[in-house]
Design a binder for this molecule. Structure first.
Ligand code: PMP
Length: 405
């Protein structure tokens, strides 16, 4: 086989479809979120698509904790968690995360992706006869974990309680069932009916596995996520989160009962056979979690900016998905126009919004996923709306009248 030719042809097909991914070559600036330099255009840009939702990746407490840890203990963990890589920073962070979610224990992984893949995959594989009921829009990391487990999977219609109930009902009563779902869905920003899912899980004796990756740090009085905000943490068996988005650093985790965490710790190859996170990363994440447990300021300012951006998009007639979260999907519906708008925003306006195309979202729903932060100011918002407005007209995209929204 001509391997090189195969690679090039596959990439050309992506380019032809407008789905080829181009990464911005960014340099973030310490303490200056959301500014960065784009080395592709040589421009200083304002980032409008970061998952560092609160700018905690530049927070002085987080940076100080990381510098302090490097000065005290050095760079890497030096091993897997099993063999010399469990440092005090990891233990402290797991304690902090268990407390955040009101659980007996927590278990750290190298990323949110790995935590879903390893924890969900291990539970599904090692609970004999387990059937996983997976929301249709679950993240790739959960899908891959379930696939890898080889457990039977039943997909229920996205956020549809009636469909979940029908699918639970169709399974034998004695079958062990695991319901896997997210709170805030990353591309549409909609939120699952958590309470109804808990009710069904209790009625059918199912284990619940909730991905709160896009919610931890952001919702709930201590940043425990949507489950905390809705008083449901004790009704959900496994809460999975990331330290790489609102907490601004890196890493993933589950929080659950001591026995469940010990079970995953003991059987999950994605936990056991990989080097532990650097202690400085754990220390930085720990500082971030601690800060957001007591500080409401970032969450309040974040929600205020989100509301302002939505109102300004409405006033300009630029269509965006109405949802109750902080994620603002501006719908373009065409991969080539989506990329074009993103390119011109970067090149001519110093605004960086990565286009979201297939396969991340279904074809025909290509979008700009805008993620405001507490530190995007009024002038940033003016520039964003003005630039989008000009490009909307230029690309002959439909506007929505206010009344239709
Ligand atoms: N779950 C969801 C819903 C996600 O959107 C993501 C990342 N985009 C992950 C898990 C993986 O988290 P991480 O980036 O920490 O690997």
């Amino acid at each position: 086989m001509d391997f090189e030719r195969h690679f090039c042809e596959a990439l050309d097909a992506l380019r032809d479809a407008g789905d080829y991914r181009v990464f911005a070559d960014l340099e973030r600036h310490r303490g200056a979120f959301p500014r960065a330099t784009d080395h592709g255009t040589g421009r200083d840009v304002t980032v409008w698509c970061s998952n560092d939702y609160l700018g905690m990746g530049q927070h002085p407490d987080v940076l100080a904790a990381m510098h302090g840890a490097i000065d005290r203990v050095g760079a890497g963990a030096g091993g897997t968690r099993n063999i010399s890589g469990t440092t005090h920073a990891h233990v402290a962070l797991e304690g902090e995360l268990a407390d955040l979610h009101g659980k007996e224990a927590a278990l750290l992984f190298t990323s949110g992706y790995v935590s879903n893949w390893a924890a969900l995959g291990t539970l599904a594989a090692r609970i004999p006869g387990c059937v996983v009921l997976s929301d249709a829009k679950n993240h790739a990391s959960m899908i891959e974990g379930i696939r890898h487990s080889r457990a039977q999977k039943v997909i229920w219609r996205h956020n549809d309680l009636a469909d979940l109930e029908a699918k639970l009902d169709a399974l034998p009563a004695e079958t062990p069932k695991l319901i896997a779902f997210e709170s805030v869905y990353s591309m549409d920003g909609d939120i699952a009916p958590l309470e109804g899912i808990c009710d069904l899980a209790e009625r059918y004796g199912a284990l619940t596995y909730l991905d709160e990756v896009h919610a931890v740090g952001l919702y709930g009085p201590r940043g425990g996520g949507v489950a905390e905000a809705r008083g449901l943490m004790d009704r959900i068996d496994v809460i999975e989160g990331t330290l790489g988005k609102a907490f601004g650093v890196m890493g993933g985790y589950i929080a659950a009962s001591a026995a469940l965490c010990d079970f995953v710790r003991s059987f999950a190859s994605g936990f056991i056979f990989t080097t532990a996170l650097p202690p400085a990363v754990a220390a930085g994440a720990c500082a971030s979690v601690r800060h957001l447990k007591t500080s409401e300021a970032e969450r309040a300012a974040h929600q205020a900016t989100v509301a302002e951006v939505r109102a300004r998009l409405d006033a300009a007639g630029i269509p965006h998905v109405a949802n109750p979260s902080h994620i603002i999907p501006v719908m373009v519906g065409d991969p080539v126009k989506c990329r074009y708008i993103s390119d011109v925003l970067m090149r001519d306006h110093g605004i960086y919004i990565q286009p979201i195309n297939y396969p991340t979202v279904p074809k025909g729903t290509e979008r700009l996923r805008i993620t405001p932060s507490p530190v995007h100011g009024p002038a940033d918002i003016d520039r964003l709306i003005d630039a989008l407005s000009v490009l909307w007209t230029q690309c002959e995209l439909a506007r929505r009248p206010m009344a239709a929204q």
